[in-house]
Design a protein around this ligand. Structure first.
Ligand code: PRP
Length: 190
């Protein structure tokens, strides 16, 4: 399905406005600053969906920090999905041993990606590792994940915007919305 030239036409409902997201990111940044004051932090974000959240969150954190970026893809397919196997397309570019790491995610859905990443990153001997997720979709969780900082809980609906895509499109919407079914369902055959 081709996106409408005006992407907003493909959105049925706005769940989180630009202002609500901005206020929440500032609140999360203040909490993280308070928790890490006096220390240093390494933010690790997972491309591509976390990009806007990472960019906004890092500027709301007022302690010295480094950033690193990973990119992963899940293997897909029912059998491999439940195994939680994740392929690393881009690894960390610097060691994290002895560092306080905060993993920054746009959304936690089944939890399989983070479950894998947590194990992988713990194997690199950070001093601590915590998780910050803008969106949490608990209805779809398959594996429990300890989330230290959560922005919003979202219902089990197809959400796009502020980094989240459908078919790689809609990431640049400044709000989080629910896609109209017509935007992702194939038209029925005559
Ligand atoms: C999304 C999101 C998480 C993952 C969460 O990424 O950024 O990494 O899915 O899902 P899970 O909890 O079910 O594992 P996606 O694979 O859509 O890639 P993208 O960030 O490039 O859009």
């Amino acid at each position: 399905m081709k996106p409408s030239p005006d992407m907003k036409q493909d959105v049925a409902e706005i769940l989180l406005t630009e202002e609500e997201i901005r206020a929440k990111v500032a609140e999360l940044g203040a909490r993280i600053t308070a928790d890490y004051t006096g220390g240093e932090l390494t933010l690790v974000s997972v491309l591509k969906g976390s990009l806007p959240f990472m960019a906004d969150l890092m500027r709301q954190i007022d302690v010295p920090l480094r950033i690193d970026l990973m990119e992963v893809s899940s293997y897909g397919g029912a059998a491999t999905e439940s195994s939680g196997l994740v392929r690393i397309l881009k690894d960390l570019s610097a060691p994290i041993d002895g560092r306080d790491v905060l993993l920054v995610e746009d959304i936690i859905d089944t939890g399989l990606t983070l479950n894998y990443l947590l194990r992988y990153l713990r194997g690199k001997n950070p001093r601590s590792i915590k998780i910050c997720a803008l969106l949490n979709k608990p209805a779809r969780r398959l594996v429990e994940i300890p989330i230290d900082y959560i922005g919003f809980e979202v219902p089990d609906r197809f959400v796009v915007g502020y980094g989240l895509d459908y078919g790689e499109v809609y990431r640049n919407l400044r709000f989080v919305g629910v896609l109209r079914p017509e935007a992702y369902e194939e038209p029925s055959q005559p």
